[in-house]
Design a protein around this ligand. Sequence first.
Ligand code: LLP
Length: 422
Amino acid sequence: MNYFQYKDGVLCAEGVRLDVLAQKVGTPFYCYSSATLERHYKVFSGALPAGSLIAFSVKANGNLAVLKTLARLGAGADVVSGGELAKALAAGIPASKIVFSGVGKTRDEMRAALNAGIHQFNVESEPELVALNEVALAAGTRAPITLRVNPDVDAKTHAKITTGTAETKFGIPFAHAREVYAHAAALKGIEIVGVDVHIGSQLTDLEPFETAFKRVGELIVQLRADGHAITRLDLGGGLGVPYQHDNSPPPDPAAYGAMVTRVTRDFGCQLSFEPGRLIAANAGVLVSSVIYVKRGDAKTFLIIDAGMNDLIRPAMYDAHHEIAAVMEPAAGSPRPKYDVVGPVCETSDLFAADRALPELKSGDLVAILSAGAYGAVMAGDYNARPRAPEVLVAGEQWGIVRPRESHADLIAKDRIPDWLAG
Ligand code: LLP
């Protein structure tokens, strides 16, 4: 359920018309709905055992205003870089609710997180453990850690976003978990607090989660028998969202929560979760205008002013995003097929192939739906295309929460070395 609906023939974000926003801020632009973010957060938290920590995965949407909206509801943050840590703290998320994930944490990033006093580090390898121990000892402190274990479960999702099988770079292979915990226990700068698992993203089936969580439960029993104090269990993110209206929807948060509650009931751990997409994807759209309708021999191309630099998911993962005309088409009006493409000089700059859409012409507005997660955060300025602005709506109110880049901004990023100056 989200708050992007047609009202009086115009697609709106809550109480704000997207055509009016387009006039005010220009296109393309991202638009997020506060009510949708809040609803997703509340539905998810309401489905989980009481006392669970919900650490929003900042990589999905790192806009400060989005983070602040979630922080007000009590969200923590899952960060994977010093930059995300800084943004989470700047948005008012308390350090005590921040978990630090990722395979390549640098010593500088570890120091910053220790200084801030974060909840825990989710450690992904032995070399990282050794480095963190040294950094913590040098700072005269101990780093609270979980080890991210890799349960070798196929998440049955897109190959580029699966992380829980034996061949990935993520986590510690299950078979080595006990020896790495023993190593951790011998390090004076390390305090073992729990176990972490994350098997992939956009999972549309609960079964891989359940298999993974049960395996982790067995590991917890062994680790406690080995003498480790395991009090926390981080179950990662990954629950899928509906991207395609006519597909059967992924399991809802209530079903996920019921499964988690049943499986982890006797684990004796405080649970944490790292949802990203579930909270943000359907809370955002990318609004774009049609530049040209180009009729080829075999296809009609809808050339729009958003490109793969703005939203890379279709090009990178063959991801499906629904596309809606901002002006509601009359019932029963024709729906010709278009290839919806951007202006970027790449064949893969394709948002949708052979997509049936209402008849559209130059200047018409379209909204690419489900773009609130892994949208703006993955944007770049390829083809010297200034990054699109982000707008947050709350009821009738709206605000630009990241301004559009200008050509001057782009030029100002580069420097001319002395020998070329003058
Ligand atoms: N925790 C960890 C350790 C992760 O690696 C991820 C996502 C999450 C949590 C959040 O997963 P979510 O709840 O959002 O599924 N750019 C890709 C998705 C990459 C996901 C990377 N890790 C996409 O656009 O589909």
